[in-house]
Structure formats: structure tokens, C-alpha cells
Design a protein around this ligand. Structure first.
Ligand SMILES: [Zn+2]
Length: 199
């Protein structure tokens, strides 16, 4: 294989879930595309950060400053479900069962990857909770981290941070989620079950 080809394939391997063979397939598939399509993709990628923005409340992907969930007056403001990533939020939103608010942390605590509490949006979560508890009697903080080591570490940390706060009830997603699995890949009925049986 030519060096340049290998270099381009390596770029694709930086994406999650893309192995060497998949990366080669991507490059070959792109070579079959007309120039205009490749340019369109290249343009979209190079403008990604300018074109796509995040909700300044929950950090969901949003075209406007506040996302469609946060700006919806019918969402239940006594519930705040905390997830690691936007993809987790999407999975839960697709079940149609959850009507509260979200908070996207931006990852999970993992010292091996240099992800510490300060690198996540925990301070921001705290200020949102403080604002909410001013207007409602009790806020349920639903911890929906992945059932793996970084997820568990994050859930324990959040618990320790919020447990003494008045008017905050901390719960976690219930059974059904296999340990070591990822929320974003869980099927809808598993997620529904986990949401219904919070503990
Ligand atoms: Zn939002």
C-alpha cells in the first residue's frame, strides 16, 4: 500500500470504532466518489466547529443558544438526567419516556486518560441545580453514566458532591444495563426499563 494512502487511512482510524480495515474501506469508497461529493464532505468537516454549536444550558447539540429540550416549557423541571455524551442523551430521548431536563458532562472521570472532575461540566451542573431548586421543591438528579469503571467513578463523585445539597434527590438508572456496556448502544426496551426502575 502506498504511504500517502496509509496516511489518509490512519486519519480515519482516529474516529471511534474505526479499525484499520474499516479505514481502508472508507478511503477506497471515497476514491470511487465524484470530486464534488468529496469536496462537500471536506468542506463540512473543515467547518464542523463553526457550523455546529451546543446548548449553553445542557450542552446538547443545538442550532440556537438554547436547545429544543431546554426551551420546551412542557419539560419537567424537577428532573435532571446527567449523561456522559450527547449520543447518550439521544438514545434516552428516542425512548420518548423521559420528559425532564438533561445535562451532558462531556465525558467520564478517567485519570488514565487525564480526565478529572475539573475537565467535566460539573460546576455548571451545580449552578443549574441551584437555580432549579430555587423554584421547585425537589429536583431529582438522575445519574445515567455508562456501567463501566469511568462511569461508576463519575457517578460516585457526583453522588458525593450533591448528596448534602438540600432538595436534591439522587437516583440512578435501574437494572437491565449490562456492566461494561455503553448507554448509547443499549436498545430501547432496555433503556425504558432502566428509566422506569430508577433506584
Ligand atoms: Zn439544552
Amino acid at each position: 500500500m502506498d504511504e500517502r494512502f496509509k496516511q489518509i487511512a490512519k486519519l480515519f482510524q482516529r474516529l471511534p470504532g474505526v479499525g484499520p480495515r474499516q479505514a481502508v474501506r472508507f478511503v477506497l469508497a471515497l476514491l470511487d466518489k465524484p470530486d464534488s461529493e468529496i469536496e462537500e464532505l471536506g468542506y463540512a468537516i473543515s467547518h464542523l466547529k463553526q457550523d455546529i454549536s451546543f446548548c449553553n444550558q445542557c450542552f446538547n447539540i443545538s442550532d440556537s443558544a438554547v436547545c429544543s429540550v431546554c426551551s420546551n416549557p412542557s419539560r419537567d423541571r424537577t428532573k435532571m438526567l446527567v449523561v456522559e455524551k450527547v449520543t447518550d442523551l439521544d438514545s434516552i430521548e428516542k425512548t420518548g419516556l423521559y420528559k425532564g431536563l438533561y445535562h451532558v458532562l462531556g465525558g467520564a472521570i478517567n485519570p488514565l486518560d487525564n480526565v478529572l472532575p475539573d475537565n467535566l461540566r460539573i460546576k455548571h451542573l451545580e449552578s443549574r441545580i441551584n437555580v432549579l431548586t430555587e423554584s421547585v421543591k425537589e429536583v431529582e438528579l438522575i445519574l445515567a453514566m455508562n456501567p463501566n469503571t469511568p462511569g461508576e467513578t463519575t457517578a460516585l463523585y457526583l453522588k458525593s458532591q450533591f448528596t448534602d445539597k438540600p432538595n436534591v434527590l439522587i437516583t440512578r438508572l435501574g437494572r437491565g444495563l449490562a456492566s461494561g456496556s455503553h448507554l448509547e448502544y443499549a436498545d430501547e426496551s432496555t433503556l425504558k426499563h432502566a428509566l422506569e426502575f430508577r433506584k
